[in-house]
Design a protein around this ligand. Structure first.
Ligand SMILES: *Cc1c(COP(=O)(O)O)cnc(C)c1O
Length: 471
């Protein structure tokens, strides 16, 4: 496959015209500036876990792009149109129409956020002893698959585990790995393929249209369903437009629909692409599965016409879906992430290449080669970034990977990363400069750094609440 050129900083070269955000700022939220002494105290109190910091103690918050986006004036106006009727809210019908129009699935059940939808689909289609192949695990997705009695099997291409490979579609499924699993366990033990676009844990890397179509053909041969984790699918569609032959002149929304049309359904964390504070949904084309989901949602989330969301949330989400697919929005969104990533790369700081859709991932394994993985190099790096400038990032390495449910041992992922996730429409280029300079300062001190030990470990999704102490 001929690899298309991936542009570096879009429009940054001398003599070119720059891009700018297709919005201007109407309201601002002050940031609390912290002193070094305050940060020392705060991170020690938080057990060196950035999830346990108070947001008041954070300067630039790149913990997550989840629920942290800025809503547009249209979305905020939508909040005032909330119809808080318990049943049959008009906002539900607006949301249903938006999902049908842009994603193309027939039936939709709202949920309070993405994991609510993962819970429903996992419980409905997974039987104990099943296997669920996917393009790299995601924390909550895999846990719900395991809680339903399934075993997740990673079938992503090898390049995804290699932070320096410049493959333009590192989210692709390796069809040979999937075929090998089918041959080994039998198609009847595989309820569906769990496909994420883009792949969060691989660095926000996209799946190509050619790959999803080939995957569809393989699934059809064996009668296996194909479900999409659509959390950042808008960003995936932008990468297809940028990198895949034949898509340069198509609007992102059209590419997006074509991709979704190749799958049987999707779950969604609307807190990402759709720029709302809370919300999610499950959508499928199969009426029988929809019927089960609609029945189950009333037990765990709320009535099937709100699923844990307020009417006003559903309205903001319906509007956010439409905004998330504007070409100029995505160009600025991904352009900002790339601006930060290319700055760090130019300074020689090891990051996951190519720069992904929602975040820049620092390669803690290469930054702290002297800290063994069992002493949590990525967790250490998140603490150091916070101490340097009040910048909050997230560990995506051995702590996030958790323990193998069968052996009880740490899972040792190949990637030991720190994620700098960029909220949508929130920070300016100056914030990106300050961030890059802080990373550089911490990088320059890398040699004297020592690791951490874990002093408290919760049973599920330990990265959220684990506590650490300095070695
Ligand atoms: C955030 C996320 C989820 C879970 O969604 P929540 O809204 O946080 O419950 C699932 N998959 C991916 C890829 C995500 O990034």
């Amino acid at each position: 496959m001929s690899e298309p050129m991936i542009p570096k900083t879009m429009g940054q070269q001398f003599g070119r015209r720059s891009w700018a955000e297709p919005w201007k700022i109407k309201i601002v939220e002050p940031i609390h500036m912290t002193s070094s002494a305050e940060r020392q105290r705060a991170i020690a109190e938080a057990g060196y876990n950035t999830f346990l910091l108070r947001s008041e103690d954070v300067t630039i918050d790149l913990l997550t792009d989840s629920g942290t986006g800025a809503m547009s004036d249209r979305q905020l106006a939508g909040l005032m149109l909330g119809d808080e009727a318990y049943a049959g809210s008009r906002n539900f019908y607006h949301l249903e129409e938006a999902v049908r129009t842009y994603y193309g699935y027939k039936y939709m059940v709202p949920t309070h956020q993405g994991r609510g939808a993962e819970h429903l689909i996992s419980q409905i289609v997974i039987k104990p002893g099943d296997f669920i192949p996917g393009n790299m695990y995601f924390t909550t997705t895999r846990l719900h698959q395991e809680l339903a009695g399934g075993t997740f099997v990673d079938v992503i291409i090898d390049e995804a585990h290699d932070p320096i490979s410049e493959h333009p579609f590192k989210g692709n499924v390796d069809l040979d790995k999937l075929q090998a699993l089918i041959d080994k366990v039998g198609a009847e033990k595989i309820p569906y393929v769990s496909l994420a676009g883009t792949v969060n844990m691989a660095g926000g890397q996209p799946v190509s249209m050619a790959n999803v179509k080939a995957l569809r053909r393989l699934c059809d041969r064996y009668g296996i369903r194909l479900y999409l984790d659509a959390t950042r699918m808008a960003e995936n569609a932008y990468f297809i437009q940028e990198r895949e032959e034949g898509y340069a002149d198509k609007p992102v929304a059209e590419i997006f629909k074509e991709f979704c049309d190749t799958t049987d359904g999707a779950w969604m964390s609307a807190k990402k692409d759709s720029m709302v504070s809370i919300g999610g949904w499950l959508a499928v084309n199969d009426e029988e599965i929809f019927d089960k989901a609609r029945n189950m949602v009333v037990v765990y989330e709320g009535l099937h016409t709100y699923g844990g969301m307020a009417g006003r949330d559903m309205e903001a989400l319906a509007i956010g879906i439409e905004e998330s697919l504007h070409d100029d929005h995505l160009r600025a969104r991904i352009g900002q992430v790339r601006y930060l990533g290319e700055l760090l790369s130019d300074w020689g700081i090891p990051i996951v290449r190519p720069v992904g859709g929602h975040a820049v991932f620092l390669d803690a394994r290469r930054i702290y080669p002297h800290i063994p993985q069992d002493q949590f190099p990525a967790q250490t790096l998140t603490a150091e970034l916070y101490l340097d400038s009040g910048l909050r990032a997230m560990e995506r390495g051995i702590v996030s990977a958790g323990r193998d449910p069968k052996t009880g041992e740490h899972r040792h992922p190949k990637l030991e990363l720190v994620r700098l996730a960029i909220p949508r429409r929130v920070y300016t280029q100056a914030h990106m400069d300050v961030t890059a300079e802080s990373v550089k300062a911490v990088y320059d001190m890398r040699e004297q750094m020592r690791g951490l030990k874990m002093v408290y470990e919760p049973a599920y999704l330990r990265f959220f609440q684990a506590r650490f102490a300095r070695l």
